[in-house]
Design a protein around this ligand. Sequence first.
Ligand SMILES: Cc1cc2nc3c(=O)[nH]c(=O)nc-3n(C[C@H](O)[C@H](O)[C@H](O)COP(=O)(O)O)c2cc1C
Length: 366
Amino acid sequence: MDLSITVNGMKFPNPFVLGSGPPGTNARVLAKSYDAGWGGAVAKTVSLESAKVVNVVPRYGKLRSRSTGEVIGFENIELISDRPIDVWLDEFRQIKKEYPNNILIASIMEEYEKSRWQELTRMVQETGVDGFELNFSCPHGMTERRMGSEMGEHPDLTEEVTSWVTEVSKVPVWAKMTPNITNIREPALAAVRGGAVGISAINTILSVIGVDLETLRPMPTVEGHCVPGGYSAQAVRPIALRMVSQLALGLPEGVSISGIGGIETSHDALEFMLLGSSTVQICTGVMLQGVKMIDELQEGVAKFMADKGFNSVQEIVGKSLPYFSTHMDLVQKMKAAKRSKAGEASRDNEWAQKDITEKTAELTSN
Ligand SMILES: Cc1cc2nc3c(=O)[nH]c(=O)nc-3n(C[C@H](O)[C@H](O)[C@H](O)COP(=O)(O)O)c2cc1C
């Protein structure tokens, strides 16, 4: 089955994309994923000065099901890539040369300075990447330098910084949204005003994964202390689905959505597509299950399409959106359904209470 989809001019062999993070740490892991069958990848976020990026250990924390122990939520306090930009530029070039048919999107982030954003954009696009994703959404660490969600939480900054990038970019630009805001449409529309042609949503939700009752320390604990971090994995999926649907119903025609948040199976991916995502990104799912999860994703979507009579992935996108309404409309629909049911019931009663010949006469005009 052909699972390809063309989004903002980029032809994805299938809609499954590695989300920015550990699954896109370097060229070796990206190559392995393309070999396994992934249609595209957003590499780990890069910036001009990797020396400023210092990660801590431990930096992950898990929330497990009380009954089965399964991981349902995941928190991280990982920063963007700590690898030098020159190394990345070589690797972007190498990957595009070896995998010309897979989509490679570079995730970029910088401080609030036009020349820095434009320099990074120019450098990276020379390597031949297919598109950009602007990381306006990392909720921890980078915010102390007014980066990441510090920008995505302020629509004016989102618009301005996006326009710096689109001024010099020759490839499509997506903006990645933070869920740590009240109305996700505001920064998304700001990014579109700045020239973004796609919105990626969501990044992680600010969280504290738990407290160790023995040591009284919040987690993840680094040398006895902690900062809130980003929550991902299946627990965030309903929130991500809601935000994606709000975007799909509120963005101008032609702006694409890349759905992200808690996707682990083809079932989950289809939900995002039905609510308006042209592509879906997976980060924590790949960290927990490995890149081979692509097999089930492809098989499951192909089977769904065959069962439901969809001829292309594009046909699935947004198919469930018309079923969103207002609460008042739901009430009216419910009342109307009740009335018609009552009508049917009373008609049934009339037939049951009267002799059929009597009822026939009553309904006859002559
Ligand atoms: C360990 C880890 C590191 C991440 N690093 C980045 C990053 O560098 N840039 C970025 O845009 N998002 C990053 N993310 C966010 C993911 O790309 C994704 O938006 C989020 O985790 C929700 O999707 P998921 O439930 O499939 O993981 C990271 C997530 C995790 C768990």
